[in-house]
Design a protein around this ligand. Sequence first.
Ligand code: ADP
Ligand code: MG
Length: 339
Amino acid sequence: MSDIIQLLPDHLANQIAAGEVIQRPASAVKELLENAVDAGATSVQLIIEDAGKALVQVIDNGKGMSATDARMAFERHATSKIKSIEDLFNIRTMGFRGEALASIAAVAQVELKTRRAEDELGTRIFIENSKVTDQEPVNHPVGTSIAMKNVFFNVPARRNFLKSNSTELRNIIDEFTRVAMAFPNVQFTMHSNGQQVFFLEKGSAKQRIVQLLGNQYNAKLVAINDDTDYMVIRGFIGKPDTARKTRGDQYFFVNNRFIKSAYLNHAVTNAYDNLIAKDSYPSYVLYIDLDPTEVDINVHPTKQEIKFTDEKIAYAFVQAAIKHGLAQFSLSPSLDFSL
Ligand code: ADP
Ligand code: MG
């Protein structure tokens, strides 16, 4: 019998790997918005057609790419963000795995336009099935535009698996909300089928939160502001009377990254103690910053799960910060600090 093991062709390997990173149009929204922020953009536009099934486009005014980097960016494990294992444990950017653009290029048609300040002409590239089909110099403002078209056009099983437009659009708005909430100092806009959905000027965290979650929060937030050597915790929690029977608006950002943590959620809920009914959920938007070496974000490809080096300490700090905020609130309920 002859040997039977073969290496997968690159394109097939990319398509398989893409499944972890790009599950639906909203996954591309997250990755492209994060790339824009990593590129130092102060203004980011998201354009959606047909709930992202036809088009997800992100236009930024960040630092742009050279013609060579524009090609390189679509290779697997190609990144400008880390060089060594030490960097991995000291990460300050949203990205670092070098997988997003390669994954998108494996499952969609992509048009990239980009220019750096030092280049007179920019670059336009078309990619399909992970291959550059066309590349030419173009006039373009400084920054980058990436358009992902007809996602899963070449993976019918995945295309069929996509949900209704209203569900896919909801997922997109959720991802947009998370990134926009993490970076209130960046202007974000979103259009869907030619209609403006969001226009978010740069501003304070409180302004951004109220713009995204609704005016009902305007006079209903308690400021959290705890500074220690280990951790800085800022943000807002809902006044006790905003707690609801259904899981409401709950956001944790650790070093600007939206994360899900049942553990930290427990710390917050616990801190409300008898101020809210046992079976109700508080609302919160908390920005937690700490030394990147104290957290491992490389637990999952979407980076929504993280591990604190010391979970117990993290729990205790979060709980204390919330208790502190609530105590100040009960002393003088009208007190309000903005970020
Ligand atoms: P990662 O973000 O993990 O590095 P990506 O596949 O998302 O991987 O992007 C690959 C590389 O392409 C990035 O490291 C960056 O150098 C470049 N890049 C991607 N998007 C942009 C952008 N909007 N502006 C400038 N450079 C970008
Ligand atoms: Mg990225």
